[in-house]
Design a protein around this ligand. Structure first.
Ligand SMILES: *Cc1c(COP(=O)(O)O)cnc(C)c1O
Length: 395
């Protein structure tokens, strides 16, 4: 999904909607993919395998599910506005001061908050700017545009690595925030901590570097790829924010729980602006239980790593190109001469396997496939092999 400022619906001149903010008039609804039930009904299928949203193939921890059941009768209470129990548990888990943490309704909320707290709107020709790579996670652009903040992009290098110099060359006195995603979605590319630190130190003082680490939990050597340890051990980088989520490894996507590690001076302002209670009671309980169940975390990691290696190997045997990934998904292109990525996406959908096409991210030849459980991975490969053997429907 992408934001296209040209495609906002035309508002008839007499409509009362014409009084709304122009950014709102130009916006579109977020188009999430079809749900499993919608696909079952549309194609008359019994089983559907969803490998499209990078969810945990083991589901949620049984400890989480039990805790939610136990606490269900508490939902008449308001949650504590600043989620102190979870903030404390997270601070201990990460080894950072609790003053540096802000929790949100998914890390999506923190992306929005950062833009609203830091960026002065002014459209294309004034005000602050947000900078990111192309392609990148759609939320950065959606929220920037909605806030009336200019959004600039620098293309990824041909191997999908980060264009460090290109980004630095694009920074101006208007550049307020730079969003990098590492491991990257959808490419899987992962920067090193040394690269990120050198980049952060090269930025002018007014520029905040936001590293979206939604997938960092899947990286084996985290010290080598995250700035977290460099934020924690006193060598304070005052212009770095790390965003993380319980949606992926912890399997809580449906509860909406994310957090960020901020310089303490900045965290305080985010708490002031954040809607109270945006992390609900059940999400806080679930987050606490999820942190306690490290056995489930370990099992999830092993399932992901084994599945990633298996998919990489089998896709290679089918002639697909697979990009190296440290996340819980991989980026692939089908072999030349056969069905296109879009044809495969549609063929897989009819056969009950949902993967993610990337044309809207400017990668029309690529597909993104989340790692499933062993059975889901096998079904995906089986249906893909059948489609590849049949050749292009248009040929
Ligand atoms: C999944 C994802 C997130 C997490 O979003 P939540 O709002 O926490 O569910 C953030 N950034 C990227 C790049 C993602 O892929």
């Amino acid at each position: 999904m992408s934001f296209d400022s040209e495609s906002g619906s035309q508002v008839p001149t007499e409509s009362p909607a014409r009084f709304l903010r122009p950014e709102v008039l130009q916006s579109k609804r977020y188009t999430a993919g079809l749900t499993i039930d919608e696909i079952k009904e549309r194609y008359n299928l019994q089983r559907v395998v969803k490998l499209a949203s990078n969810e945990n193939p083991l589901g949620a921890s049984p400890l989480v599910v039990n805790r939610l059941r136990e606490r269900a009768d508490m939902v008449f209470r308001y949650p504590h506005s600043s989620t102190p129990r979870l903030a404390k548990a997270l601070a201990a888990h990460l080894g950072v001061a609790v003053e540096r943490l802000v929790l949100g309704n998914g890390s999506d909320e923190l992306i929005d908050l950062l833009i609203r707290v830091r960026c002065r709107p002014g459209g294309e020709h004034g005000g602050d700017e947000v900078l990111a790579c192309r392609p990148c996670f759609s939320m950065y652009q959606l929220q920037a545009k909605l806030c009336g903040v200019a959004f600039r992009q620098v293309p990824l290098e041909a191997d999908f690595s980060i264009p460090w110099q290109g980004l630095l060359d694009t920074v101006t006195e208007r550049t307020a925030l730079i969003f990098l995603t590492s491991p990257d979605n959808p490419t899987g590319y992962t920067a090193t901590a040394a690269q990120l630190e050198a980049f952060a130190r090269a930025l002018p003082e007014h520029c905040l570097l936001v590293v979206d680490e939604a997938y960092i939990d899947f990286v084996r050597d985290q010290a080598a790829h995250s700035l977290l340890s460099r934020l924690a051990d006193g060598k304070e980088l005052q212009n770095v924010v790390l965003l993380r989520t319980f949606s992926k490894l912890y399997g809580l996507a449906g509860l909406r729980l994310g957090y960020g590690v901020f310089p303490a001076w900045l965290a305080d302002y985010l708490w002031r602006v954040r809607l109270p209670f945006s992390v609900n009671l059940m999400a806080e309980e679930a987050g606490l239980a999820a942190l306690e169940d490290q056995a489930f975390v370990q099992a999830s990691l092993e399932t992901t790593w084994e599945g990633l290696a298996y998919l990489e190997q089998e896709l290679g045997l089918l002639g697909c190109t697979v990009w190296p990934s440290q996340a819980n998904f991989l980026l692939m292109t089908p072999p030349a001469g056969g069905p296109t990525a879009q044809e495969l996406f549609e063929g897989l959908l009819r056969r009950g396997v949902i993967v993610r096409p990337l044309a809207s991210s400017g990668l029309p030849d690529h597909l993104r496939v989340s790692v499933g459980n062993p059975e889901e991975n096998r079904l995906f490969l089986q249906e893909l092999a059948t489609l590849l053997a049949k050749g292009s429907p248009k040929a």
